[in-house]
Design a protein around this ligand. Structure first.
Ligand SMILES: C[S@@+](CC[C@H](N)C(=O)[O-])C[C@H]1O[C@@H](n2cnc3c(N)ncnc32)[C@H](O)[C@@H]1O
Length: 251
């Protein structure tokens, strides 16, 4: 039975209040970095969005000309909200657990925003996605950065003149139960950076991009409230492509 905290009414209501859910991609500070990893032109491409939430990425892909978008999430509430923005069109919403889901057709671009850290069996999911990627296809994902997720007590600690983010448990990979949006026991999975890279490689994907998002000087002029993000990386972005395109000839 997968965790499905996003279907909890109180959690869902708190999530709806997040700036990035009210603003969409414009409210996601790492979006420019993710956009830079994605193909310039999505015309005619088949896109898969893993953990689509409100569907911001799926709608962006449709607007960018994708031939079809499959948007997967385990939460009925999330999918209902996504459909409420625009039902029909070229987006197919699929209710599924990413620990069991496999794409049922070829895709050219797999995207995932802030979801992989909820998946227990990342190796299986990446293998399933890699085997569906067409030659020259792209895998682009963000997840909570391991330095953000590893600590047993993930929080800033005040110190004279600033604050810091003590890191513990980095080498102890696996399940974490954290408080988030007032909800105790939200289950996530901590993996080291080299584990993410190994999982991509084992799936037959070659790394093309790795970004540890943090605000630039220009960002901080516009968003001084992002200054705490200089103390530790919160978001890791990964880009990859099929390592041996000829391995997909019969996909
Ligand atoms: C932090 S939200 C991100 C949503 C969206 N991608 C975005 O960036 O706005 C994580 C999403 O992953 C979904 N999710 C978590 N675990 C999942 C699983 N095992 N299978 C499918 N979806 C899952 C949640 O329901 C939620 O919609």
């Amino acid at each position: 039975m997968p965790q499905n905290v996003y279907d909890d009414p109180d959690f869902f209501a708190a999530y709806a209040g997040l700036h990035r859910q009210q603003q969409g991609l414009a409210g996601a500070p790492e979006w420019p970095a993710m956009r830079a990893m994605l193909p310039d032109d999505l015309t005619g491409r088949r896109v898969l969005d893993l953990g689509c939430g409100y569907g911001w990425l799926a709608r962006w892909a449709e607007d960018a000309g994708a031939e079809g978008v499959v948007a997967v999430d385990v939460s009925t509430r999330m999918l209902d909200r996504a459909r409420s923005f625009a039902d029909g069109g070229r987006i197919e919403y699929v209710l599924a657990d990413l620990d069991e889901y496999s794409p049922d057709g070829p895709c050219d671009v797999v995207v995932s925003s802030l979801t992989l850290h909820y998946v227990a069996d990342l190796d299986r999911l990446l293998r399933a996605c890699a085997s569906s990627l067409t030659p020259g296809g792209r895998f682009v994902a963000s997840c909570e950065h391991p330095i953000y997720l590893a600590p047993y007590e993930p929080r800033f600690v005040e110190r004279p003149g600033g604050h810091e983010w003590p890191v513990s448990g980095y080498q102890r990979e696996g399940r974490r139960e954290v408080e988030w949006l007032g909800h105790e026991g939200v289950v996530k999975f901590h993996r080291r950076i080299d584990t993410y890279l190994g999982a991509l490689r084992s799936a037959g994907l070659a790394l093309t991009d790795l970004v540890e998002w943090g605000p630039s000087d220009d960002d901080l002029v516009e968003h001084p409230e992002w200054a705490p993000e200089l103390e530790r990386p919160m978001i890791l972005l990964l880009g990859a492509t099929p390592a041996h395109d000829d391995a997909h000839d019969d996909a």
